[in-house]
Write a protein of this length. Structure first.
Length: 399
């Protein structure tokens, strides 16, 4: 019983870490120790918009066209598609949409991270201030590049844009995903940004060319965005946030379609935690708050898994009457307050809040499924093949 109580205590501590970090962030902001404001520049940064694509003929045209149509001086950006081991019309459609296309054929080393690393060696990084990695299932709004430019100078930092769901109205799964995405990008990311701590990287991440020139592309795990987040944090390099740079990515519309994606995300994050977490903790050049926040991000489950874990541990604690059961229950319950508050932020920010709220009727089924997927993801930890999420072409513009 004592051992079980200790394990539940450890789990509660991990679940409470994001709350602790947020409390420190609020204190920093209250004391006026948050992030400094951006310095304006007369000259707009030069951007290389890089689109890794493997058999993306369903969506590559809309992706490229949204990038080509940016409200940004054409001389200040380039759009390059990497057709990686494609057996469909991805390359032809990319070129027809006015993008430059690099075709890569290396079946022994497939996957997005390898494709990006290969392409960066073919391109003149010195001609740009930053490289922006845009997934082929995404589109951006016209002000995307201008909003990134507001975080200039970009050469020695990374910037994360606002990620939204491209197809929120397709199913209860996509509705829930849209709410949680809004909660993350309008809630926790804004708090981190104002407090001056790094925000995690994901779709649309922008990395300064000075960083890539000095360190190279050094993220090859199945969670390459989490790996870059950990690498840059361990190096003490700033990851800024551009809330006005909107990117819309296709969300898997069914549980079956979403399973591989969720497993990859979870396994990738845990892999990065094991490999890069010690580097973050050992670095004496970064502050305690940065360390706490990074470990919290890399170890914490998503809000639905968080809720499921708390429910299971709560029942276990009560049923077995573990030592310090009351304290453990209080700690577990307290850990839920943060994701619940951010979920309210997500609902309030949704385009159709009532419809989004109705989607929560699906939450019990979704929670059980997410817990099962989280357990299944444990077998993918380590150097596993990078698997692309299956695409579909219906209702992409539905909001």
């Amino acid at each position: 019983m004592v051992v079980l109580s200790v394990l539940v205590c450890l789990a509660a501590t991990v679940l409470l870490l994001p709350t602790v970090s947020d409390a420190i962030s609020l204190l920093r902001i209250a004391l006026g120790r948050g992030a400094a404001r951006h310095q304006s520049r007369a000259e707009l940064p030069r951007l290389l918009l890089l689109v890794p694509a493997h058999n993306e003929e369903l969506l590559i045209d809309s992706c490229v066209r949204s990038l080509i149509a940016l409200d940004y001086p054409p001389a200040r950006f380039s759009v390059v598609v990497i057709a990686d081991n494609c057996t469909d019309r991805t390359a032809d459609l990319a070129r027809a949409a006015s993008a430059r296309c690099l075709e890569r054929h290396d079946v022994e080393h497939p996957g997005k991270p390898r494709a990006v690393a290969w392409a960066l060696k073919q391109l003149p990084l010195g001609a740009y201030d930053a490289v922006v990695i845009v997934d082929a299932d995404a589109v951006v709004d016209a002000q995307f590049a201008t909003a990134l430019a507001a975080a200039a100078p970009l050469t020695h930092k990374a910037v994360q844009p606002y990620n939204d769901v491209r197809n929120p109205a397709e199913s209860a799964v996509t509705r829930l995903a849209a709410v949680f995405s809004t909660a993350r990008y309008r809630g926790s990311f804004v708090l981190k940004w104002r407090a001056g701590v790094n925000v995690p990287l994901s779709a649309g991440m922008c990395i300064g060319t000075a960083i890539l020139t000095e360190h190279g592309w050094d993220a090859f795990s199945i969670g390459e965005d989490w790996e870059w987040y950990a690498i840059l944090t361990a190096l003490g390099i700033r990851i800024d946030y551009a809330p006005g740079a909107h990117l819309y990515a296709q969300e898997a519309k069914s549980l079956a379609q979403s399973a591989a994606q969720r497993q990859r995300w979870t396994a990738g994050k845990l892999t990065v935690l094991g490999r890069r977490g010690p580097q973050i903790l050992r670095n004496t050049q970064i502050g305690l708050h940065t360390k706490i926040d990074a470990i919290a991000e890399l170890s914490a489950p998503g809000p639905v898994v968080h809720l499921g874990v708390v429910a299971l541990l709560g029942v276990l604690t009560q049923a077995l009457t573990l030592p310090l059961a009351t304290v453990l229950i209080l700690a577990l319950t307290a850990s839920v307050i943060r994701p619940a508050a951010y979920t309210i932020v997500g609902l309030r920010g949704d385009h159709h809040p009532m419809r989004a709220a109705l989607a929560f009727a699906f939450l019990p089924i979704y929670a059980v499924w997410r817990l099962a997927v989280a357990v299944a993801s444990l077998r993918m930890i380590g150097d596993r093949p990078w698997i692309r999420t299956r695409r579909h072409a219906r209702n992409l513009g539905a909001r």
